[in-house]
Design a protein around this ligand. Structure first.
Ligand code: HEM
Length: 375
């Protein structure tokens, strides 16, 4: 009887092994069928990272790979399999018919430390929290109705910024204007007034109080740090080393930003409590009366949701718009003859690029503006 039992156990074990083997084979052929081609030359552990870190810019390396493997292929960024798409038809397919599969965002240390552990909805995973917060932002800030209602803020900020240049010109006859700063403050003031009812410093001079420049620097650092490729995101087992000291820098910037937005939140709460606020002044007021700790839309508390959402909007609007405007201005100034008229400005391009300029690929865009005295 015992030999019968061992025979049975042996066959059961054989059956189990063959089941494992077959299911592995099926999985493998399944994955071969589903996955696009994988670029060769991957190294163990780091994957294709060694190909992207050399002197050749990554887009050239990826372009050469696309010539070899076609418009859709995969590479390994450390432990992460990554899809590389270089045809608009496939991109369209990704973001239309397959949009749900691409609705999620990759995880990264910067988004955890600087993005309130993914409470900033631009970094949140696809799900009910992201849907609800996004809906609030669209309805209360970005809808046509709200944009029309808040038109006066945008107009006032553009007027103020132009007036600042005009006043300088009146005094000096000729001024240098750092256009990145001018666009940066104009955009920041516009969006921060819409979101938290705050205005930062002026656009043309650097003599504002220290606080404004500190805030703007923290916002700048946020972008530089979220745009930095962290070794530990590709190779999580190296996180403890904090190569480059970025984790430390992220924690410092996160603290500064949280302090800044925390003060705004406190002011809003006080106003709500003591000011007998009859109507909502800004988006933070609306969020304050919408989110409470009682309605559990996620594991985040109400303060975190409000701080993260307001900061997300300010950050998402400022750098993107500033960089786009800088590029537009650079292109216009570099093609002045195509415009059919000659603007008397001189570029004062500095040869050294700042780190943010390096990331954006732009030079310092400082232009000398001359006032025209009509004779
Ligand atoms: C030229 C200017 C802009 C550019 C090029 C730009 C670009 C983008 C891109 C590419 C994304 C997608 C990011 C992703 O899903 O991973 C995005 C998302 C976002 N943008 Fe912009 N943006 C601009 C201006 C603005 C402005 C003015 C605002 C707000 C006032 C804004 C708010 C947002 C928000 C909140 C998200 C996240 C949306 C979500 O998670 O569903 N952006 N932007």
């Amino acid at each position: 009887m015992s030999s019968m039992a061992s025979m049975f156990a042996f066959f059961l074990f054989l059956f189990f092994l063959s089941y494992l083997w077959i299911s592995r084979r099926v999985q493998k052929s399944d994955s071969r069928r589903k996955f696009p081609p994988e670029a060769s030359s991957a190294w163990p552990l780091i994957g294709h990272l060694h190909l992207l870190g050399g002197s050749q810019p990554p887009h050239i390396t990826l372009g050469n790979m696309a010539d070899k493997y076609g418009p859709i292929f995969t590479i390994w960024l450390g432990v992460h399999r990554t899809l590389v798409v270089s045809s608009w038809e496939i991109v369209k397919e990704c973001f239309t018919t397959n949009d749900k599969a691409f609705a999620n965002r990759p995880k990264a240390l910067a988004l955890e430390l600087l993005g309130y552990n993914y409470a900033m909805f631009g970094f949140s995973p696809y799900g009910p929290y992201w849907r609800q917060v996004r809906k609030m932002a669209v309805l209360q800030v970005l809808s046509n109705h709200r944009l029309e209602m808040l038109k006066h803020i945008r107009e006032a900020e553009v007027n103020d910024s132009i007036k600042a240049i005009f006043e300088l010109l009146g005094k000096k006859n000729m001024v240098f204007v750092e256009m990145e700063r001018w666009f940066g403050y104009t955009t920041l003031n516009m969006v921060s007034r819409m979101v938290v009812g705050k205005k930062f410093g002026g656009t043309t001079t650097k003599d504002e109080n220290e606080g404004n420049d500190k805030c703007r620097k923290a916002l700048r650092d946020f972008f530089d740090l979220t745009g930095t490729y962290m070794v530990s995101d590709a190779l999580p087992y190296l996180k403890w080393l904090d190569i480059g000291g970025y984790e430390k820098a992220m924690k410092k910037t996160a603290k500064e930003l949280d302090q800044m937005v925390g003060e705004w939140l406190e002011e809003h709460k006080q106003r709500k409590l003591f000011g007998g606020m009859k109507e909502h002044h800004d988006f933070m007021d609306i969020l304050l009366s919408t989110f409470t700790d009682e309605d559990k839309i996620s594991s985040y508390d109400a303060d975190t949701i409000i701080k993260a959402t307001c900061l997300a909007l300010i950050l998402a609007a400022t750098d993107t718009t500033t960089v786009t405007l800088i590029w537009a201005l650079s292109l216009l100034l570099n093609n002045r003859s195509d415009l059919g008229f000659n603007i008397p400005v001189k570029s004062n391009k500095s040869s050294a690029k700042t780190s943010s300029q390096q990331r954006r690929g732009t030079h310092s865009t400082q232009y000398k503006l001359f006032s025209h005295k009509h004779s």
